[in-house]
Write a protein that binds this ligand. Structure first.
Ligand SMILES: Cc1ncc(COP(=O)(O)O)c(C=O)c1O
Length: 432
């Protein structure tokens, strides 16, 4: 057979890399005796089959063929209105207000991932810098590589990104003449993927002022992209349990995007996300979206508008909070039971969402090919090696002693058993 030449893949394709956790997830699927604390999937049992069944006939009755036709690029107006109300209520519950904006600044996208991609596409040129947390949501930071963007990262503590470190990084970039390349700060602020940490309310205005200050020095607006994918999933229903967004402090809304999704608080199967955008970005985002798919699923948008309008969405979120709270508590309890007193081991204590971040002693290696990962697989438990979650910051080397534990799909007892197995694996490897 003659030699078939290879496809001349684009620079963007060559700059990307396969998602590293796919292999781990495939392993867990192939062997049901493995407990997967790796996949960031949502709780299977709470997926809203009854709500979707109850709303679907009414949608077809009321809207008929229109629900099955293409919609408009920016989103179904009824859903834009419901989303805007939802965002307003979230701010009000946190004692704040959304000002100087309306439903027309809401853009509905095919998952929030699509909005994040579009923002990268319209804001970033090759070599541009995106400031992010260390660690961060790796699917996006890896996707940024295909745009040729360079992530520069800032440390977090238990209250989220540390403003002084952010300021220090921007000052360093300014001194090096690189500020004109800084276009975006990408921050996952609620129950962060991968650490479970929430950025506290007090830091948000401080960070916003830092970004505004360096925007003035850069000569362009640096945008804060607040990825609030897990915002609704606070374990506690107490008012104030969920901090206000950056947008609440950014009164005129010139510096902040909120990106949210229905994947986590409702169902990933509807694959619908949305953003509240600065006015100046609405046009460019719509244009980019128009070129991609000229609008997200109209049927799903009708469904979501209906579910939000009659209160079923809020009632569902309430049930979800309880389900994730039980899982999160089971993981933290199990960590306390099995790892308490183990020198150099610590973990985050999330107040919502579906992730716990476990740090093993300095010198431990949890990465691919490590003895620990092999021991964990022998114990039939898998996790995401933390090393995958650190952005490819050219100035830093990712530590290899951390682990992301995702408890979205496992039930509380299974998740606790998974932690026990991790402890057994650590015993084997550390020789304690
Ligand atoms: C932090 C974060 N942002 C965005 C997404 C994308 O979600 P979707 O595109 O389903 O809305 C995810 C998915 O896991 C996530 O964890």
């Amino acid at each position: 057979m003659p030699n078939t030449p290879s496809f001349p893949l684009s620079q963007a394709s060559r700059a990307g890399s396969p998602q590293p956790i796919n292999e781990l997830i495939a392993l867990a699927l192939a062997d049901p005796s493995i407990i997967s604390l790796a996949a960031g999937l949502v709780d299977y049992k709470t997926l809203p089959v009854e709500i979707v069944s109850a709303h679907s006939p009414g949608i077809l009755e009321k809207h008929g063929q229109a629900a099955l036709q293409y919609g408009v690029t920016g989103g179904l107006p009824a859903l834009q209105r419901e989303i805007f109300l939802h965002l307003s209520r979230l701010e009000e519950a946190a004692g704040h207000k959304l000002e100087h904006c309306g439903p027309a600044q809401v853009v509905v996208t095919t998952g929030s991932q699509q909005l994040l991609h579009i923002l990268a596409e319209i804001l970033l040129d090759r070599g541009d810098i995106v400031v992010t947390c260390w660690p961060s949501y790796f699917v996006y930071t890896q996707a940024l590589a295909s745009f040729g963007a360079v992530p520069r990262s800032v440390d977090m503590d238990e209250h989220g990104i540390i403003p002084e470190r952010l300021e220090a990084l921007l000052a360093e970039l300014h001194a090096a003449g690189q500020l004109p390349r800084v276009k975006m700060a990408y921050l996952v602020t609620y129950h962060q993927n991968p650490t479970g940490i929430t950025l506290c309310a007090q830091r948000k205005p401080v960070i916003l002022e830092i970004i505004k200050h360096y925007s003035a020095l850069a000569g362009h607006r640096i945008v804060i992209v607040e990825d609030a994918a897990y915002r609704e999933l606070a374990f506690s229903g107490e008012p104030g349990a969920t901090p206000p967004s950056f947008r609440a402090f950014d009164k005129t809304g010139e510096h902040t995007v909120i990106a949210q999704t229905f994947s986590k608080p409702f169902a990933p199967g509807v694959k619908t996300g949305y953003g509240l955008l600065p006015l100046a970005l609405v046009g460019p985002v719509m244009q980019a979206k128009g070129g991609r798919d000229f609008g997200s699923s109209n049927l799903c948008q009708h469904l979501l508008a209906s579910v939000m309008a009659n209160g079923d969405f809020d009632a569902h979120v309430k049930r979800l909070k309880a389900a994730y709270a039980a899982k999160g508590a089971a993981v933290v309890c199990a960590l306390e039971k099995h790892f308490a007193g183990v020198q150099g081991v610590s973990w985050s204590r999330p107040a919502g969402g579906m992730y716990v971040w476990l740090t093993l002693p300095a010198g431990a290696d949890t990465g691919p090919g490590s003895a620990f990962l092999k021991a964990a697989m022998d114990e039939k438990v898998i996790y995401v090696p933390g090393v995958f979650c650190f952005p490819a910051d050219p100035a830093r080397t990712a530590p290899v002693n951390t682990i992301r534990l995702a408890y979205g799909v496992t039930d509380p007892a299974q998740a606790a058993e998974g932690v026990r197995r991790l402890r057994a694996a650590w015993k084997k490897v550390s020789g304690e």
